[in-house]
Design a protein around this ligand. Structure first.
Ligand SMILES: NC(=O)c1ccc[n+]([C@@H]2O[C@H](COP(=O)([O-])OP(=O)(O)OC[C@H]3O[C@@H](n4cnc5c(N)ncnc54)[C@H](O)[C@@H]3O)[C@@H](O)[C@H]2O)c1
Length: 461
């Protein structure tokens, strides 16, 4: 089963890769240069936001750098967040967005909206996205598409039925460092050779995994929380319990897929995107070892197997909420000639060449595709090495440049350029679900202790 995840979007016009620009290898002028040449401002796109919590702020900090947007409407069931977003937009742009606490009302009344950005809890994504698409808007919806596969499938169906655009917020798909690594280093120059393994993780200390608390006076009342699905059918929850579910929706099985979908969505999407296929099976283990009263596992480890054209590969992934050890969050592609550790955090990104056996990369350094970096201290110090146990110390390299924008900005730019008809989406709902579908099966594999061999029923879009 090899569905096309080939939407690699070689959009190197965002690249600010110093070495490559110097070598004249960047296709097209960077957008920042085009603006400086005095081209006219792009047509304004009318934007509305649904869900004004933490991620809204992250997205707004990216969106506010993008020219040609007009902010028409904001919506959240928390009134003070509506007021906060209104002030933020007014102060930054002078726009006075209409304020809503109900998304259906906003979508019905705001006829002029071109685009809606959805950053609500995962169990709301499908309804907000489908309603917005059906009312004629283009949608940028945060990952994970939903907490259930069926609801995610409904989003793809709505995108295809309405013909509107639906970008899913896997922002690495538009990150120039990821695009460069995939298109130039892994595919064109095959610097890693045969990739036999991938590895990825998101490790967080308990301090970053605690319950979210907000003063009760600003939270929605019981009626509102029940109206917007934070209750539990057949259970009469107290206001305190409802508020806990509202703030900590990631801990509850009916509201979220837990850490493997919340955090794992990022790295596992990169596995599937870079391998260009879905895995053929998954095995997994998880536990509630520290946060014992949470519904979801607090630690999950899983292995996906891929039938790659090079002879097969497996990818190990772990999401840990009880330690920050081991280098944060990254994806690693390990081949017989080299390894690329890539992360949204530039600091976690590094590249190793198997010095003893791999072909030389000197020509790639000379052409600006890679930079040599100093050997890591541990490898340079050989006083405790036992020669017969060890491979030759790998040489270390770096990418020749980086992203000078907030990490979500290129993905949002891609969305708005697609609305203007000037780009193809880098992660539309169909491609996103091809990649996300295996993630929905990690918790069941861990709960049952059974390997799941995927068939079309598991992974179809
Ligand atoms: N791409 C990324 O890197 C990234 C990072 C963090 C979060 N996210 C995603 O962003 C989404 C939001 O996460 P968050 O951390 O901001 O959560 P949050 O709980 O801080 O914010 C969610 C907001 O949605 C509002 N809301 C809930 N139900 C609503 C409804 N029916 N109508 C309107 N508003 C409603 C809440 O009041 C809250 O303000 C999630 O899907 C999450 O997975 C993505």
């Amino acid at each position: 089963m090899k569905p096309s995840l080939a939407q690699t979007g070689s959009r190197r016009d965002f690249l600010k890769m110093g070495g490559l620009v110097g070598a004249g290898l960047v296709l097209g002028a960077p957008s920042i240069l085009r603006a400086a040449t005095g081209q006219s401002a792009p047509d304004a796109i009318n934007v509305g936001f649904i869900g004004l919590g933490k991620q809204h702020e992250v997205l707004f900090n990216a969106v506010k750098n993008i020219p040609g947007l007009h902010f028409n409407a904001v919506c959240d069931i928390m009134k003070n967040r509506v007021g906060g977003a209104f002030s933020r937009i007014k102060n930054a742009f002078g726009n006075q967005p209409a304020r809503y606490t109900d998304a259906e009302e906003m979508l019905a009344k705001e006829k002029d909206l071109d685009a809606v950005i959805v950053a609500t809890p995962d169990f709301w994504h499908s309804r907000h996205t489908v309603w917005a698409l059906e009312s004629g808007k283009n949608v940028y919806c945060e990952k994970m598409m939903s907490n259930t596969l069926d609801d995610a499938r409904a989003m793809v169906a709505a995108m295809e039925r309405t013909g509107k655009l639906c970008q899913i917020g896997h922002q690495r798909r538009s990150n120039p460092r990821y695009l460069f690594t995939l298109n130039e280093l892994l595919r064109r120059h095959r610097i890693c050779g045969q990739i036999v393994n991938a590895n990825g993780q998101w490790n967080r200390a308990v301090g970053s995994s605690q319950d979210i608390q907000v003063k009760a006076s600003i939270l929605p009342d019981k009626e509102t929380l029940l109206k917007y699905g934070f209750g539990r059918p057949g259970k009469d929850l107290t206001l305190e319990e409802l508020q806990h579910r509202f703030l900590n929706w990631r801990f509850y099985k009916d509201l979220s897929g837990g850490p493997i979908s919340d955090l794992g969505a990022h790295q596992i999407d990169v596995f599937n995107w870079f391998f260009g296929m879905q895995p053929w099976r998954v095995m997994a283990s998880g536990g509630r070892n520290y946060f014992k009263d949470r519904e979801h596992f607090d630690n999950v480890m899983c292995i996906f197997d891929y039938a790659t054209p090079d002879g097969g590969a497996r990818a190990f992934y772990q999401v840990l909420t009880t330690t920050s050890a081991g280098g944060g969050y990254f994806e690693s592609f390990m081949g017989i000639d080299g390894t690329i550790n890539i992360s949204e955090r530039a600091a976690y990104t590094n590249i190793f060449r198997e010095a003893g056996t791999a072909p030389s990369w000197d020509h790639l350094v000379a052409q600006g595709y890679l930079k040599r970096s100093a050997a890591p201290k541990a490898a340079a110090d050989s006083s405790d090495a036992i020669a017969s146990y060890e491979s030759a110390a790998p040489e270390t390299y770096e990418l020749p440049g980086g992203l000078s924008k907030p990490p979500h900005q290129p993905h949002l730019e891609n969305f708005f350029e697609a609305i203007r008809g000037k780009a193809k989406l880098n992660c539309d709902a169909r491609h996103a679900l091809e990649s996300e579908a295996p993630i929905y099966w990690v918790n069941p594999a861990a709960e049952s202790g059974q390997t799941i061999i995927f068939d079309t029923e598991h992974l179809h879009v």
